[in-house]
Design a protein around this ligand. Structure first.
Ligand SMILES: Nc1ncnc2c1ncn2[C@@H]1O[C@H](COP(=O)(O)OP(=O)(O)OP(=O)(O)O)[C@@H](O)[C@H]1O
Length: 255
């Protein structure tokens, strides 16, 4: 589905990622891990086709990401940025309906089917009751759930999410993670998400891509990547990996 080949990402002359060879297949849920500034958002924007790499290439379904017409690309991958800026008043439902634009053909007005899909996406992230509200009146967590709903309403096989759980309370963090796991397992969607909380993505992420901060990277199944020495080196902090009731628990060492 998505393939990065010999990808090099830089900021000024500093290598964030060097020689990245990475493949994502349908049904896989990838978490991208690394310290602040390691290059996670830069990588996500690059594989979304929103910024060019310094070298190497990204292919979606065998075609170079920058060769896709914008409308066709928007039907195949959705991108959730780290934060939303709302300069203008906009109804919550309208913000989600914008995500249906790639399917509108020549129609000017939203169809009943579009509105139904928009409402269904808002319900999935538990914000349907806010459909008529102005986006600028929402709390941080409510705004984030609307942004996730818009990403889902775009109805793409590939979802690229930059810290989807940021600003969410605990029940909604768990709810959104379960939803992403289901979309991968039951609907064959592919997800790549940036996250910082290992305990939250445990049981959800099938794979992990570790950015080591010096250009090096590691990619593999979540279980392979979660060896204590490897994940501690990636996150720059000693982490104990424990088994508890059939789950894996990540415990950061006290300073
Ligand atoms: N336009 C820019 N000008 C200068 N430096 C930039 C620019 N964009 C990104 N950087 C730098 O590139 C590095 C990687 O940024 P990026 O946002 O990809 O990190 P990240 O791993 O997502 O971090 P975080 O966990 O803090 O979100 C950072 O050091 C950042 O300051």
């Amino acid at each position: 589905m998505l393939r990065a080949h010999d990808l090099r990402l830089c900021v000024s002359e500093h290598d964030l990622v060097r020689g990245l060879d990475w493949r994502m297949a349908p049904g896989e849920c990838w978490v991208i891990l690394g310290r602040n500034g390691a290059g996670k958002s830069t990588l996500l924007r690059t594989i979304a086709g929103l910024q060019p790499p310094r070298a190497g290439k990204v292919e979606l379904e065998g075609r170079a990401i920058d060769a896709w017409p914008a409308l066709e690309l928007a039907r195949r991958r959705a991108f959730l940025p780290q934060s939303q800026g709302d300069a203008f008043g906009f109804r919550v439902l309208d913000a989600v309906l914008v995500a249906r634009h790639p399917y509108r053909e020549a129609a000017y007005w939203d169809s009943d089917a579009d509105r139904a899909r928009g409402m269904a996406a808002l319900a999935l992230t538990d914000v349907a009751h806010l459909a008529e509200r102005d986006l600028r009146t929402l709390s941080g967590g409510e705004r984030q759930r609307v942004a996730i709903a818009a990403t889902l309403a775009q109805d793409t096989p590939l979802l690229l999410l930059d810290e989807p759980a940021a600003a969410l309370d605990l029940p909604h963090q768990v709810g959104i993670m379960s939803l992403l796991a289901r979309l991968c397992r039951e609907r064959g969607r592919a997800v790549a998400m940036v996250a910082h909380d290992l305990n939250l993505v445990e049981g959800v992420a099938s794979h992990a891509l570790l950015l080591m901060g010096d250009g090096a990277w590691r990619a593999g199944t979540f279980a392979e990547m979660m060896r204590p020495e490897l994940v501690s080196a990636c996150l720059g902090h000693c982490i104990d990996v424990l088994r508890h009731g059939g789950r894996t628990v990540f415990l950061p060492a006290r300073d």
